[in-house]
Design a binder for this molecule. Structure first.
Ligand SMILES: [Zn+2]
Length: 379
């Protein structure tokens, strides 16, 4: 448990004096002060002149402050064991500021949107779109043709989604190595979907594994590739050239690789699949691909709270420094989910989602250390 949680009331002003503050990538204050007003960062600096008298002073000289983290790929309505709103509480208590939800069959996340947004920032896909009769029935709405595609996008827009999610392929197969099913849409169909979404000001996130599905999705103009297992070097090059985001989601497989109920042979195979994904991720880092950190929480065994730190630990194996991982899990993810004005940084204007770490922690360790303080704003 975190030893201290703080709720920044909208009617109050808070002055936080800290050992250090990570404001945004490559911008650290040591020591640092943060003035919070109406739930947002109002002012930052090594010191702040006369913050005023009606201010609650908080001495965090023993802490290093970083922004709340963001999980760019979750399914809040999926998975067993706890209700949706309880899950959101776990998200908040893990020091997260925002999640991007990839959809559920009944659009439950959208229906509970107000309650969720009472606590965190949400970017929701509502229901994912998939080819009728193919993979994805548990995530959303089946499509058979263009007319239905247009109607589906329009009805999702009306329901208030923040992006469109499409399933371009099935999941990565775990019965033999390098097994991915065929794509479920043509490039032109995906391009039609992207243009329809853009007409409504929305980007498309594409679940895609294997070279063909990823290539089609990128050529069609999607904003992000989700998973991307076994996409291969050419697809990675294409992603880089087109400035598309990639969210590799290693954690769902990591959970299976550790599961006692999986036969040893299959666990060994899953480990090989993970290693290949880590290799792809190293390549992506070399190519300077825009990356997003997401867990696919809601998948079997993937927890909404601990999943993100576990995912980040896998990125270490791909060669990322702690500082790079922190940047991706905050500022980069905020941009990916379209909420960079609100979350991902502690510069003025951003919501006061704040994590306090022990001040002696190195930047390289920062993403992995258990928080001593978690602060969140009244929304
Ligand atoms: Zn997913």
């Amino acid at each position: 448990m975190v030893s201290c949680t703080l709720y920044f009331d909208k009617d109050k002003t808070y002055f936080l004096s800290a050992g250090g503050v990570w404001l945004e990538p490559d911008n650290i204050l040591r020591p640092g002060c943060v003035l919070i007003k109406e739930g947002r960062v109002k002012e930052v600096g090594p010191g702040i002149q006369s913050p005023g008298s009606e201010v609650e002073f908080l001495d965090f000289s023993h802490l290093f402050l970083i922004p709340g983290l963001i999980d760019a790929h979750v399914h809040l309505a999926l998975g067993q064991g706890m209700g949706l709103i309880t899950k959101v509480e776990h998200v908040v208590n893990a020091g997260m500021a925002a999640v991007r939800d990839g959809g559920d069959r009944d659009g439950l996340v959208l229906k509970r949107r107000n309650q969720i947004e009472n606590r965190i920032v949400l970017a929701a896909a509502g229901q994912a779109l998939f080819r009728a009769g193919r993979y994805g029935a548990f995530l959303g709405r089946p499509l058979t043709g263009k007319k239905e595609m247009v109607e589906s996008v329009e009805s999702l827009v009306k329901a208030g989604v923040d992006q469109i999610k499409v399933l371009v392929s099935g999941p990565v197969g775990l019965n033999r190595y390098n097994q991915v099913g065929p794509p479920q849409f043509e490039t032109q169909e995906l391009a039609d979907l992207v243009s329809c979404a853009r007409d409504h000001g929305l980007e498309v996130m594409a679940h895609a594994n294997g070279p063909e599905a990823v290539t089609r999705a990128v050529r069609a103009g999607v904003n992000s590739i989700e998973h991307g297992y076994f996409m291969g070097l050419d697809a990675l090059d294409l992603i880089a050239e087109n400035g598309v985001y990639w969210v590799p989601t290693i954690e769902p497989l990591a959970v299976l690789a550790e599961s006692e109920t999986e036969p040893p042979k299959r666990r060994a195979l899953i480990k090989r699949v993970i290693n290949n994904q880590i290799k792809q991720l190293t390549r992506a880092r070399d190519l300077g691909i825009h990356l997003g950190l997401g867990t696919d929480a809601g998948s079997p065994g993937v927890e909404v709270d601990s999943g993100l730190r576990r995912e980040m630990a896998w990125w270490r194996k791909a060669g990322f420094s702690g500082s790079e991982i922190l940047s991706i899990a905050t500022a980069d993810n905020a941009k990916l989910i379209g909420r960079e004005e609100d979350v991902g940084r502690l510069t003025p204007g951003h919501l006061a989602f704040i994590i306090g770490l022990p001040d002696h922690v190195s930047l390289d360790q920062a993403p992995f250390v258990r928080p001593e303080m978690i602060g969140f704003p009244q929304l």
